[in-house]
Every structure is written in C-alpha cells, then in structure tokens.
Design a protein around this ligand. Structure first.
Ligand code: AMP
Length: 640
C-alpha cells in the first residue's frame, strides 16, 4: 500500500523524496483522505477546471492538472474540456446528479424523501418533489438560524446569498458553499475561453463595475451577502480574474467599500488613471455599465480636476478608500487636459468608451432579458466597440455560458454546462394547460423551438428548484441545449383575462420610445403597475425620460404603449372597457436612481440590481417613491 501511495505522490505530484517522507508521517496519522480533500478543495478554489469525477485517484490527477494550470490558463484546454463534457451531456448529467446526491446523502431533506441511497434520475424524480423557494424556506431558515446539522446539505453551508429581490420586494436567502464558487469559475472560464478566441485581449486590466455589498451575520452567525459579493470575497476570486486577464483596475478598498456612490466614482477614476491598460469594460449586468457612464457625464469635470491636482475629491469620505487612492493619484495635468479635450469633443457622449480607453476590445456583461432595455444606450457609449453578453445564471447557481460571442446580444444564446448542476425543464405547454402533475424533461430531451421553465438541483441544497425563468431552446452545442432567455415566468400585468409578461412590456416600451427618439430623447428607465383604485382597473407605465418632451409627443407615446400590447385578452378587455385606458406617468429625472438607492439600502447589490418591471403589492415602498415623483400623466386614446 505504501508503494502505491509513494507512486501516486512521486509521479502525480512530482514531490521529492524528502517531501514524501514528511507526507508519510501525515499519512500515518490517518489523515490521507482529509488532506486530499483539503488540497483538492483549496486548489479548486484557486483555479477550477471542469471535472466530474468523485473517485479519489482521479481527483489527485485532476489536482495535478490544476497545479500546472495555476499560473496560466490554457484556453484551448478549457474549450476541449467543454466540448468533451457536452458531447455526452446525458451521462455527465447522471454523474452530476450522483455526485450531488452522494455528497448530500445525509441531508435531512433527502433522507425524508426515501431515496435510500439511490442516485439515478428516475428514482430522484420519483421521490423528490419540485420546489419553489417557499417550500425550502423553513429548512433554509433553520440554516440561517445557525443549525449546522445536515438539513439541505451534507456539510454545513459556508454562507447565505441574498438574492436581489427586486421583483418581489423581498430578498431570498440562498444557501452558498464553495462548490458554487467553483461553478462560478467554471462558467467564467468557459465564457472567457470562447470570447477570447474571437476577441483576444492582452494582459491588461478590466474596468469592472463591481460592488461588494455589505455582508452581515444572521442571528445564527451565518455570513449573509449577495451572491456577487460572495464571489468577489472568495480568496480565489482575484487569482481567477488574473487568469482571465481581467484583474480590476480598482484596489480592493474601492470594491469593498460600503458606499456604492464612492465605489463608482473611484472605479471611474481608476479607469481613467489606467486608461491605456484597460482592455475591457464589464459588469455583472449591463445596467451597471450604463449607470456608470451616465454618472460619468455628471462627474467628469470633478474626475479630471482630481487627476490634474492629484487630490481625491472630498466626496470620498471613507478613509480606507482615500488611502488606497492616494497611492495611485499624482498630479497629472497632461492627462487631465487630454481627457478634457476628449470629453468636450464628443457629440452627446457618443463613443465615450473607446475615446476614454484607447485599447478597449469589448464591453461585457449580461445583456439579455431585462437588460436589453439598456442596449441602445450602451451601444451609444461603446461606439464601434462590440457588446458581448457573458453568462446566464442566478444567485441560486450558474446555468450557461455564451459560447458564440460574436452574436449580437439581442440574438444571443447560452450553452448549458452539464457538470455544474442537474437540470430539468417544464414544457410551457404543461404550465399553460393547467396540468395537474408537471412532468419536466431532462437536459438532453428538450426540443428545439420549444419553451420551458427551467429548474435545477445544485450542490448547495436546492433540489428540483423552480428558478422562475422561461427559456427557449434554440439549438444544441454537441448534446447540450443552447437556450435563449425569454422572461421571468410569473405574469407581470394582468387584470382579468389579459396576460402580459415583462417581455410584452419591453416590446411596448421599445415601440413607444421610438417616438421619443425622433425628438432626440430616450427612456432612461421604466416600470409598471396595475391601478385598481378605480373601476375598471388599468395599466400604469412609469417613464423617466432624458429631456422635456411635449405633451403631444408624450400623449402619442401613451397611446402607442397601449396599442403595442397585442395580447388578445388585453385587446378584447380594452375594447369591452373591462380594462381602462393605459396611463403613462412621467417621473422626475433621477427617480429611478432613488429606487436603486432604496433597494441598495435594503441589501441589494448594485452588481445584481435589476429595475423591477412591475411593482406588486409587496413593493409598496418603491411604488411610493414613484408616485411621489410623478410630474405629468397621460391617458391613451386607443380603443375609444
Ligand atoms: P439574481 O439572482 O437576483 O441576481 O438574478 C437572477 C436572475 O437574473 C435570473 O433568474 C434571470 O431572471 C436574470 N438573468 C440572469 N442571467 C441572465 C441572462 N443572461 N439573461 C437574462 N436574464 C438573466
């Protein structure tokens, strides 16, 4: 047996004999398994490559491969690995499920479901029910309360992720563990490898609008932070980003500041100071990039003065940030003059990004779904620099990578990584048909052109979890589906027989905002709500716009909004006066910033913020902010 271990260690790890002897004493203490686990775990946190093996010997080999990859990531290997895993996605899914169920076999939740050690998909589906957050909430609450017994997971979770909660007005507590960080790295690496093949970047820096929201301790002593903050805080994050040639221009003190306004200002300042090194501009969701450059328009004079004088603006009050920034900031009138000239030379800030950052290769972030609303503005800032949508995932776990980065975000698809979770899909026809029993299909059984609600089983205690997103299968990459994000599954606007989703609202806003574009104005942001205060109820759309449009134009926009909802239930209800005329309420400039600040105060991270597209009853505070800021309102003339 000793010879066996000696061979493994000497050949696989390349350890010298002296190290082997010291390792031997460790072994004698009976710690081999533990050490392999810790070593593997540590290395995986540093630089993960996709793998599916649970076998110890194979783990050792994987770890060795990882050691070799720590200094430099071999992009072709990442792609090869992805190709290998997606060639037999069904097998990988079976292995993934097996791994998750074995690791969590002692969890009370699974024990109560009578799996009795079975890990095959058929038994799993027969024993384990579909779940929404509410079903798991009592278990999660115990974990939040500090109960470390195996409840949803075999091992205690390491933290709680707070979902953005923008749609429901209430944050969810999602179990987080190191495996979720590993899957994050796998997703990042896969997207990057494909992106870099088409749009190679040099070693440089990324102007990343990332914000690590405050973390807190739950009553039970569990650390709670947003999922993005859990990623940024992970000791392996910085290294992972270096391997992806995307280290942030900003020091940690900036990223981890509790005040997002100060963080944003310093991100912009660092971007300008390192302007020649910036190879890409990024954020988790595209919203943050647009928000950042809108802010730039307002503060550029101040930023340039800081650079000229080498003194940080007094708006930055956090001492740790001031100290960190003072190390970077020296008087540089030459750079200040150049930037000033560049900014005043732009027409309405068109092409701001390449003007400021001459070596930028692309702008990257999640740009699909509700983020499409910001693409127009983003293109305006980006000029001829490509916009690349990155990944698809959620606080609950990652799902897919964009492996066709050349495709414009409006048409982008995401290829599911079969090793990061066990995926199932509920055909939308089942949901529409009010089926009594939902029968989700497996990852490789989905059909091209069909729409599905996605559910997954992840390594952090979510089993057959309904994420609430609707996707459409557009094709396959090998045997894994390439999906397009369509919308959140819950209905957004409905009064009686009408059914309008966030997608329908987006299309309606897009159509109506064309009328504003003719006036050289744009919709900065929008949301909606159902006003039932008078009979009949009607849709209200809130708009913040960039200038002063005439009443005539806004009245036309309002009618256009109304007419653009093409759902038959809506049209017939409007015609029969079962639904009243749609109302457009224009809010004061800056209102949506107040909404953002409100959500951030409640714990949302700017990195994950998504403007709620419909204000439900649970979101009364946001509604009050909007109502208090209405400056004009219009009623539609359609259907009279
Ligand atoms: P959160 O967990 O609050 O950060 O939000 C996760 C949600 O954001 C997902 O459930 C989706 O609705 C949305 N989302 C994430 N990635 C994408 C994407 N690539 N395209 C469209 N929507 C996305």
């Amino acid at each position: 047996m000793l010879t066996f271990f000696k061979n493994i260690l000497l050949s696989n790890f390349g350890l010298n004999y002296k190290l082997f002897v010291s390792f031997l004493s460790f072994l004698v203490k009976g710690c081999l398994n533990k050490m392999i686990f810790i070593l593997g775990h540590r290395l995986r946190s540093m630089n993960t490559v996709a793998y599916t093996n649970t076998d110890t010997n194979n783990n050792v080999k994987e770890c060795t491969k990882m050691i070799e990859k720590v200094e430099k990531l071999d992009m072709e290997k990442v792609i090869e690995n992805f190709e290998r895993l997606t060639k037999d996605a069904e097998k990988v899914q079976r292995e993934t499920l097996k791994r998750i169920l074995e690791e969590n076999a002692s969890a009370e939740y699974l024990q109560n479901l009578g799996l009795n050690g079975r890990t095959d998909p058929e038994s799993f589906k027969a024993c384990v029910p579909l779940a929404i957050y509410k079903d798991l909430e009592p278990y999660i609450n115990r974990m939040v309360g500090g109960d470390v017994s195996p409840i949803l997971t075999g091992k205690p979770i390491t933290a709680i992720s707070l979902s953005s909660g923008t749609s429901q007005g209430k944050q969810k507590f999602i179990p987080w563990n190191d495996e979720l960080f590993e899957t994050t790295v796998q997703i990042y690496q896969t997207s990057f490898a494909f992106r870099n093949r088409e749009f190679p970047i040099q070693n440089g820096k990324a102007l990343s609008f990332i914000y690590s929201s405050k973390s807190s301790q739950t009553k039970g002593g569990v650390t709670a932070a947003t999922a993005t903050a859990n990623v940024f805080k992970n000791p392996g994050y910085k290294h992972a980003m270096e391997l992806l040639k995307s280290p942030s221009v900003s020091p940690d003190e900036v990223i981890f500041s509790p005040d997002f306004h100060q963080t944003l200002y310093c991100h912009l300042l660092c971007g300008l100071l390192f302007r020649d090194e910036v190879q890409l501009v990024s954020s988790t969701f595209a919203y943050s990039i647009v928000y950042a450059f809108r802010t730039f328009e307002q503060v550029f004079d101040e930023l340039i003065t800081d650079i000229k004088e080498g003194v940080l603006s007094s708006r930055i009050t956090h001492q740790s940030i001031r100290t960190a920034m003072s190390k970077l900031l020296k008087p540089n009138p030459e750079l200040a003059n150049l930037l000033h000239k560049k900014c005043i030379g732009l027409s309405n800030w068109y092409g701001l990004i390449p003007e400021l950052f001459p070596n930028v290769k692309y702008v990257q972030g999640i740009m699909t779904g509700s983020m499409e609303a910001y693409l127009k503005k983003l293109r305006h800032y980006a000029g001829d620099i490509p916009l690349l949508t990155s990944e698809y995932g959620s606080s609950e776990g990652w799902i897919a990578s964009n492996v066709n980065p050349k495709v414009a975000p409006e048409f982008a698809t995401y290829a599911i990584l079969p090793q990061i979770a066990y995926f199932e899909f509920i055909p939308l026809t089942q949901l529409d048909g009010n089926e009594v029993e939902l029968k989700p299909v497996g990852l490789t059984d989905v059909k091209i052109g069909e729409e599905y609600e996605i559910l997954f089983t992840n390594p952090a205690g979510l089993y057959r979890y309904r994420l609430g997103d609707v996707v459409k299968v557009m094709g396959f990459h090998n045997s894994t589906p390439e999906i397009k994000f369509l919308r959140r599954s819950n209905l957004l606007l409905t009064i009686n027989i009408d059914k309008n989703t966030e997608n329908d609202l987006q299309l309606s806003v897009e159509a109506a905002s064309e009328l504003l574009a003719g006036e050289k104005m744009e919709v900065i942001d929008y949301t909606s709500y159902i006003d039932l205060s008078k009979e009949p109820g009607h849709y209200v759309i809130f708009w913040e716009i960039s200038g002063e449009a005439s009443d005539e134009v806004l009245g036309e926009c309002c009618t256009c909004l109304d007419k653009s909802f093409v759902d038959l239930g809506y049209i017939s209800s409007r015609k029969s006066k079962g639904i009243g005329a749609l109302e457009l309420r224009v809010v004061r400039k800056g209102t949506f910033k107040i909404v953002l600040e409100h959500c951030v105060r409640l714990g949302t991270s700017v990195s994950q913020f998504k403007t709620p597209r419909c204000i439900g009853p649970a979101n009364n505070e946001v509604l009050q902010i909007l109502l208090a800021n209405v400056v004009k309102n219009y009623f539609s003339f359609a259907y009279i």
